[in-house]
Ligand binder design. Structure first.
Ligand SMILES: Cc1cc2nc3c(=O)[nH]c(=O)nc-3n(C[C@H](O)[C@H](O)[C@H](O)COP(=O)(O)OP(=O)(O)OC[C@H]3O[C@@H](n4cnc5c(N)ncnc54)[C@H](O)[C@@H]3O)c2cc1C
Length: 349
């Protein structure tokens, strides 16, 4: 079998890459079908991150790229706003300052205004309203983006990438665990393999952080925006919310655990008290592959060549929605000119 580019991994990174490249070149996606981080993710879109609500990297372009992706794949991107209750008076003061610095994007809500606008959410210190924030269901988005990539000519094979070697004609020979295509000759192999990347490209500086989410049954008449405090609560369908997420730097199982479920239930009830004692509908877990802040400030992803003919697009960490669509849309030009990759994310920098 021949292909111009083989993309290994069909999570958020692989799906976005396939969609961006399919109109230009022959794309084959290999995915082993194991649920990765994209399967566990809640799908919060928060362009003002962390305790200090700092504007995310290239946030305006990232939001545009995400909106275009959602539009092309027909998955609703719900950017109606996001509420960030302050944890204490100190954080409230930081949030007030942020709101004053970005009046077009942020609004400070006093405890009374927050209660009036969002009575189901507990915000005793007030809350920051992030106008561009919101939510999109990542597993649905990934599926729809892959389907659109197929429509644009990409092929998708359910198979594990087993390895590769250099071919005599300067192309790579990619080995897959598929009887249909055990060997594929290609010009470029793009590793979008999430947690699997550590085994395939062991020299990349990547850290594993396990995360868990819970889907909880909620009262059908619960009206809340996506809420992000010490944890987050995101409304899904009526009667259902997703609660996230844990950040576990050491763990012995990749499966969801009862301890994390209890922790998440408590966080949900602290933010939205009516969720106290809510039934758990589903628990999910995944590993966020993250570039340590000591290597790249801002924990930005890694993209670029890692060996002859082999590229990586990984390390999306906890904010894949704000990086994968943005970076993927530049892949066609960057594959032709690796020197043009933004140095903040380039493997060559
Ligand atoms: C609990 C949790 C909550 C999160 N919440 C949010 C959020 O609210 N907002 C946000 O923006 N981000 C969130 N994230 C982060 C986001 O999910 C990730 O940044 C993003 O999904 C990573 O995508 P990926 O494609 O790099 O990796 P993955 O989704 O892990 O995909 C990698 C794929 O490669 C496949 N694979 C691996 N090895 C091989 C191989 N050898 N051959 C073939 N296929 C292979 C895997 O099976 C998998 O399908 C969250 C993450 C977690 C874990």
């Amino acid at each position: 079998m021949n292909s111009e580019i083989v993309i290994a991994g069909a999570g958020l990174a692989g799906a976005c890459a396939a969609l961006a490249l399919a109109p230009y070149t022959r794309v084959l996606v290999l995915d082993d079908g194991r649920p990765g981080a994209s399967h566990a993710a809640a799908g919060l879109v928060n362009p003002f991150l962390g305790r200090k609500a700092k504007r995310a990297w290239r946030a305006t372009d990232a939001l545009d790229a995400l909106a275009r992706l959602a539009e092309s794949s027909d998955v609703p991107l719900q950017l109606g706003g996001l509420l960030r209750p302050a944890r204490d008076e100190r954080q409230a003061e930081v949030f007030r300052q942020r709101a004053a610095a970005h009046p077009e994007r942020l609004r400070w809500l006093s405890p009374g205004s927050s209660r009036e606008a969002h009575p189901a959410v507990r915000a005793p210190h007030g809350a920051l309203w992030v106008r561009e924030g919101g939510h999109v269901e990542i597993p649905r988005l990934v599926e729809a983006v892959l389907s659109e990539a197929r429509h644009r000519g990409a092929e998708v094979l359910h198979a594990r990438l087993a390895g590769w070697s250099g071919g005599r004609d300067g192309r790579l020979v990619v080995r897959s665990e598929s009887a249909e295509a055990p060997e594929i000759r290609t010009r470029t192999l793009l590793l979008c393999t999430g947690d699997g990347t550590r085994a395939l490209a062991p020299d990349l500086p990547l850290q594993r952080v396990k995360g868990q989410t819970l889907q909880l049954a909620a009262p059908p008449d619960l009206r809340i925006p996506p809420v992000s405090g010490a944890g987050y609560v995101v409304p899904l369908a009526p009667g259902e919310v997703v609660v996230g997420a844990t950040f576990e730097h050491s763990f012995t199982t990749l499966a969801p655990t009862p301890e994390a479920a209890e922790d998440l239930r408590q966080r949900a009830a602290a933010l939205v008290p009516v969720l106290e004692g809510a039934d758990v509908l589903e628990a999910r877990a995944g590993v966020r592959l993250t570039v340590p802040a000591s290597v790249r400030p801002g924990r930005l992803p890694l993209l670029g060549p890692v060996a002859s003919g082999v590229w990586a697009f990984t390390g999306l960490g906890a904010k894949g929605l704000l990086t994968a669509p943005l970076l993927a849309q530049h892949l066609p030009e960057w594959l032709a000119d690796p020197g043009a990759i933004w140095p903040e994310v380039s493997t060559l920098a």
